[in-house]
Design a protein around this ligand. Structure first.
Ligand SMILES: Nc1nc2c(c(=O)[nH]1)N[C@H]1C(S)=C(S)[C@@H](COP(=O)(O)OP(=O)(O)OC[C@H]3O[C@@H](n4cnc5c(N)ncnc54)[C@H](O)[C@@H]3O)O[C@H]1N2
Ligand code: MOO
Length: 405
């Protein structure tokens, strides 16, 4: 790896965004809202109407003028005359005047003149057309006003959101039966290494189960990326080269990225057109990361160590992807650090942490260990970036933690 070629974390992110913009990867499509789960919203969801569009009751009861309930009690109930039973889904026919009430159901439309709903449990049927009420209520009690949920023109959801069931419910309420989304990009995952075994396999000496394919598969899925295939390849330059030539949006390769004699990815990429964009990011872990382009296919080379692959994926690949699609970055929260973190290398340190609540504050607990040990992921809730000029962080310092979960 040519040391002069090593990029900072920001440069690596910027280069990936630039590549994505130049291809360009974004393609808007119109999709049935109910089938849009997991896609990225491509245009803002804006309220087309006032919601609700009518004054809506939140209780089964009687629509009244609230002033008629003033002073009502068990001992001195107020008597009101029933003028109508309002049918669900229909406009009321009668206006409410002083001393009058209309039977109404939850979700029903308030009649003209009424300004509140007295729940059925605070009333008693006196006769066919009379009720007594025994509790005072206030103006707009048990009523949702027009536009209270949202007003016409309100921004409900900015584009760049990975669509979740909540977004789908909102879109439905606004009358969007179809929504604009970005077409999912297609990705192939390759894990390399003669020592890698299928997950279903028993363990043999010197062998390791394929963690990275499964990890990447689920990370990609959660971001709205379509994983078309997952392949394990032997450390064979020609086999790997052939697989890198496929015309697809994205190929993510784990392993074969460092200095071992079988670490082919950057070397193969040099012969592609336009070829290697960078090899090496000054981060720890994750230095032997590479980005290449073959025609319009992005090739991301991740380190084989699972924790390194994970942190690079989160802090470089996903960061750039989010920026490109305008997806909000994860929240950062301030925590008290419970242990010193030494950062003696001239690289940006990506420190995974667990977060706990202790009394009334949040604390960050660094997760130390070798990046080959997958059990480090057990407690991961976030990470801290410590820049390359820092000597580290001290116990009890307050630090910003980017949330992972
Ligand atoms: N002399 C040097 N050696 C190494 C350096 C270096 O700078 N000089 N960098 C180290 C760092 S940092 C990393 S990270 C690794 C990256 O190496 P590779 O990307 O070439 O990955 P491999 O050698 O293939 O594997 C490393 C490690 O990870 C395990 N692995 C690989 N793939 C998977 C998988 N799909 N699932 C689970 N585990 C996997 C593999 O068995 C190895 O144990 O290089 C260091 N060496
Ligand atoms: O980059 Mo290695 O990825 O430090 O473990």
């Amino acid at each position: 790896m040519d040391l002069l070629d090593v990029k900072t974390i920001n440069e690596a992110v910027n280069l990936q965004v630039k590549v994505m913009e130049e291809i360009p990867l974004k393609k808007k499509i119109l999709l049935e809202t109910k089938n849009s789960l997991g896609y990225i919203l491509a245009s803002d969801l804006v309220s087309r109407d006032d919601l609700p569009s009518f004054r809506k009751s939140t209780m089964d009861g009687y629509a009244i003028k609230y002033k008629d309930s003033q002073g009502a009690s068990d001992t001195i109930p107020t008597i009101l005359r029933i003028v109508e039973e309002i049918e669900m889904g229909f406009e009321p026919k009668c206006r409410i005047e002083n001393g009058e009430a209309s039977k109404i159901y939850t979700g029903g439309m308030l009649p003209e003149g009424a300004d509140s709903v007295i729940p059925i449990e605070f009333t008693e049927k006196f006769s066919n057309d009379l009720i007594s009420i025994n509790k005072p209520i206030v103006f707009m009690d048990n009523v949702i006003d027009i536009g209270e949920d949202s007003s016409k023109g309100d921004l409900y959801q900015r584009s760049g959101k990975i669509i979740d069931p909540e977004t789908i419910a909102m879109a439905a309420s606004l009358g969007y039966d179809k929504i604009e989304v970005y077409d999912k990009i297609n990705c192939k995952i390759i894990s390399t290494g003669d020592e890698i075994l299928p997950v279903s396999s028993e363990l043999y000496p010197a062998k390791t189960r394929d963690i990275n394919s499964y990890m990447l598969y689920s990370l990609l899925n959660s971001m709205g990326i379509n994983v078309v295939s997952m392949k394990h390849l032997k450390d064979d330059k020609e086999i790997i080269r052939k697989e890198l030539l496929e015309d697809i949006d994205l190929i993510i390769v784990s392993g074969s990225s460092s200095k071992g004699k079988k670490d082919f990815i950057p070397f193969i990429a040099k012969d592609l057109e336009p070829g290697l964009i960078y090899h090496g990011v000054s981060i720890k872990p994750g230095k032997p990361t590479s980005l290449s382009l073959n025609n319009k296919t992005i090739i991301l080379g991740l380190p084989g160590n699972p924790i390194s692959a994970y942190t690079v994926f989160k802090c470089v690949f996903q960061k750039a992807y989010n920026r490109y699609y305008n997806i909000e970055d994860s929240l950062k929260i301030k925590c008290r650090l419970v242990r010193n973190i030494h950062a003696k290398s001239a690289k940006t340190l990506i420190q995974l942490v667990d977060i706990e609540r202790r009394e009334d504050e949040l604390i960050a607990i660094p997760i130390f260990g070798f990046s080959n040990n997958i059990s480090l992921l057990k407690k991961v809730r976030g990470y801290i970036l410590i820049d390359e000029y820092s000597e580290g962080l001290r116990e009890n310092e307050y630090v910003w933690v980017s949330l992972i979960k």
